[in-house]
Ligand binder design. Structure first.
Ligand SMILES: NC(=O)c1ccc[n+]([C@@H]2O[C@H](COP(=O)([O-])OP(=O)(O)OC[C@H]3O[C@@H](n4cnc5c(N)ncnc54)[C@H](OP(=O)(O)O)[C@@H]3O)[C@@H](O)[C@H]2O)c1
Length: 296
């Protein structure tokens, strides 16, 4: 949540009636993220919300051994649900979670009762397949949406066989799959959609799922007729993701309370028809795969 409404939207989550997983990213923002999350335990439905905390660089991970305690204090919890690290190529450390030191650090935190589970966040299917070789790793966070089908083709079966949970991020292809973006949409200069379309700041696949903007808008128009009456396109995309058994949950980046409510409601919608599932596959295979499939 990045807008002023962010913390309010987080506080609204327990009232949504759906079990929620909320993530915060960045060791340097542990305190900020945890502050926004501290109301979650007031869940009206009595079911605890799950909190996952992200750490973006291995050096931060090592430097932040006291951070889980700080987060625990702010969330008034005795134990964090999940700590996940980004599996990245880091100049100093090599591929972050491939370093035994990092793994044993996470294992130590688990043994000490500070975290329940740990996982990684990856960019590519190849990284995901490497990550699940680690015996204690319990989740992989990966980009998956109607514009990014490779994980379903090459990773989901392996993850399910190892009982590794899949957390789907960027489910709306950075908002494209809400159907509201246009050729002339303007983004805040601080918004990655304004400055990272070509991967200038971080992996290109994080922005619009790596699909060139004009092509993506045209593919969105192909998806539009598949959205059942009474649903929004965002809900269609989220329900489409939940059609895959290997997926544990998805974490849409809602900017407002209304978006958070709409997104949570997608979990209660009926199954998408096989025809619509095939149509999405066709759009991906014919229009997008030639451009993006090899990259992630
Ligand atoms: N490596 C990592 O661990 C990593 C990296 C990136 C992201 N993430 C996490 O992944 C999650 C999603 O990432 P994301 O925010 O980039 O992608 P996303 O969920 O695909 O797109 C989020 C954007 O979609 C729009 N949106 C959301 N719900 C909507 C609705 N119901 N109706 C209309 N528009 C809606 C909003 O755009 P507007 O702002 O235009 O309204 C929002 O900013 C976030 O929780 C983020 O923290 C993790």
């Amino acid at each position: 949540m990045t807008s002023d409404e962010g913390p309010c939207a987080v506080s609204a989550l327990p009232q949504l009636g759906t079990r929620t997983l909320t993530t915060t990213c960045g060791a340097q923002r542990f305190a900020e993220g945890a502050g926004a999350l501290c109301n979650l335990d007031a869940a009206a439905n009595g079911e605890r919300s799950v909190i996952a905390v992200g750490v973006q660089r291995p050096v931060w991970l090592r430097g932040c051994s006291s951070a889980p305690s700080g987060t625990l204090a702010r969330t008034k919890r005795a134990i964090l649900d999940e700590l996940f690290g980004l599996l990245v190529q880091d100049q100093e450390d090599g591929l972050a979670l491939r370093s035994t030191g990092t793994h044993s650090f996470l294992d130590d935190l688990t043994r000490a009762g500070k975290i329940r589970h740990y996982g990684v966040s990856v960019e590519t299917v190849d990284e995901a397949l490497k990550a699940i070789r680690y015996p204690n790793l319990e989740t992989v966070q990966i980009i998956f949406n109607p514009f990014r089908l490779k994980p379903a083709d090459r990773f989901f079966e392996e993850a399910a066989a190892k009982q590794v949970g899949i957390i789907v991020r960027v489910p709306l292809a950075s908002g494209l799959l809400s159907g509201k973006l246009r050729r002339d949409s303007v983004f805040d200069p601080e918004d990655h959609r304004a400055f990272n379309r070509e991967g200038q700041a971080f992996d290109k696949g994080e922005t619009f799922s790596g699909v060139p903007y004009d092509l993506a808008l045209s593919a969105v128009d192909d998806v539009r007729p598949l959205v059942p009456e009474g649903w929004t396109m965002a809900q269609f995309a989220l329900r489409w993701i939940l059609m895959w058994d290997a997926v544990s949950c998805t974490i849409p980046g809602a900017r407002t309370v209304a978006q958070a409510r709409e997104n949570a409601a997608a979990a209660e919608l009926p199954a998408i028809t096989p025809e619509a599932m095939s149509a999405v596959r066709r759009i991906y295979s014919t229009r997008l795969a030639p451009v993006v499939h090899a990259s992630w």
